[in-house]
Design a protein around this ligand. Structure first.
Ligand code: SF4
Ligand code: FES
Length: 359
């Protein structure tokens, strides 16, 4: 049985804002989006970065929403660089003008991850609800490359675009990506709400996997392709967040410290705020971060399973969303008594199911 361990998190996920010019149907942000007036102030974020460096965190990922919607992004990147934190910007790219790129570069940004909704304009505009986004993203990719920064391109796959995965990989390669992420939608937030219209068929998943494997072999040594399958087709769950309270800390736009991006969905989980506590204190002592840390909390079948320190029982938020309880094995696991639920969700998926866009 592993004891809760106090080693610092490897990375801080700074969700600067929920504001975003795009309105993707699969967005993992919560259904209740935070307004600008509720967001942490610049000085709060600067203090959080100080505290992160002080406890030995090595990386900070600036995300959202669209982190470039924050006017102080360059200030925060500059501060992270001063603290020798490796900084990654996770962006849709539609606000990445020449001027913004120059400012971020001067401030010391280390890496940019650029998301695409599709390989082609029509599909991208259908999913993201932003006219002209595809051209802006292509320009953003060129700016990132011209700045000499490593580029990761990210494509989210679902029922409406899975058949274009080959073209997505070609686009990512043409743009000079050092890494391409092909990630099937994860069903949280708006993605969960729109699951029926987004979940791919088994045939689509199998074709996607074949195309990715072929491209991986062909592009070996040129670039890396990360591939995330939809949990609902898996036999074993993912180690969500690398284990609860194990490797990552998320800070929400309002300053709540979260063990994962969907932790606010778990009822009765007292989530501490960085407005009131240091992140070192939160990491080591808060009830929220200890609740599902390690293996002691686990019921069967996880408690006696030889994968309990590999996947840490899967995802607490998915267990909650699918069974109503966060403290049971993730139903994605074949050993879970609730595993049969997934076949029902796959069965009811339909490309004509209505999709609701985030506000
Ligand atoms: Fe993971 Fe629990 Fe399933 Fe074992 S029983 S594989 S620990 S979810
Ligand atoms: Fe919360 Fe997986 S998203 S534990």
């Amino acid at each position: 049985m592993s004891a809760p361990h106090p080693a610092p998190p490897m990375a801080l996920l700074a969700e600067l804002t929920h504001r975003c010019p795009l309105k993707c149907f699969y967005c993992s942000n919560p259904l209740e989006l935070v307004r600008a007036s509720g967001e942490l102030r610049t000085e709060d974020w600067l203090r959080v970065l100080d505290e992160a460096a002080a406890i030995g965190i090595l990386q900070v990922h600036f995300s959202g929403g669209e982190p470039m919607a924050r006017k102080d992004l360059v200030t925060l990147v500059r501060h992270a660089a001063k603290l020798q934190l490796y900084s990654n910007l996770i962006t849709s790219g539609v606000l990445l003008t020449d001027e913004a790129m120059a400012e971020l570069l001067e401030a010391g940004i280390d890496h940019i991850q650029l998301s695409f909704q599709d390989s082609e304009q029509q599909g991208a505009e259908f999913i993201g609800g932003y006219k002209g986004a595809q051209a802006k993203k292509m320009d953003a990719a060129r700016r990132i490359k011209n700045a000499g920064l490593p580029l990761t391109t990210n494509f989210v796959i679902h029922r409406h675009n899975a058949d274009r995965v080959g073209a997505m990989i070609e686009l990512g390669a043409e743009l000079g990506s050092s890494r391409i992420e092909i990630a099937h939608t994860q069903y949280y937030g708006w993605g969960l709400l729109n699951r029926d219209g987004l979940l791919p068929s088994r045939e689509q998943l199998d074709r996607t996997s074949e195309v990715v494997e072929e491209a991986r072999a062909r592009l070996k040594g040129v670039l890396t392709i990360d591939y995330v399958i939809p949990d609902y087709y898996a036999a074993r769950p993912k180690a969500c967040m690398g284990g609860w309270g194990n490797r990552f800390m998320n800070i929400s736009p309002t300053g709540k410290a979260l063990p994962c991006h969907a932790a606010e969905t778990i009822p009765d989980l007292a989530l501490p705020s960085v407005r009131d506590h240091s992140i070192g204190d939160i990491w080591a002592h808060s009830e929220a971060f200890q609740k599902f840390r390690g293996t002691e909390w686990m019921p069967e079948p996880c408690q006696s399973c030889d994968r309990r320190e590999i996947d840490w029982g899967g995802c607490r938020c998915q267990a909650l969303a699918l069974t109503g309880r966060a403290d049971v094995a993730d139903p994605v696991c074949e050993k879970s008594a609730d595993h049969a639920l997934l076949a029902g969700f796959i069965e009811q998926a339909d490309i004509n199911a209505p999709l609701k866009a985030r506000g």
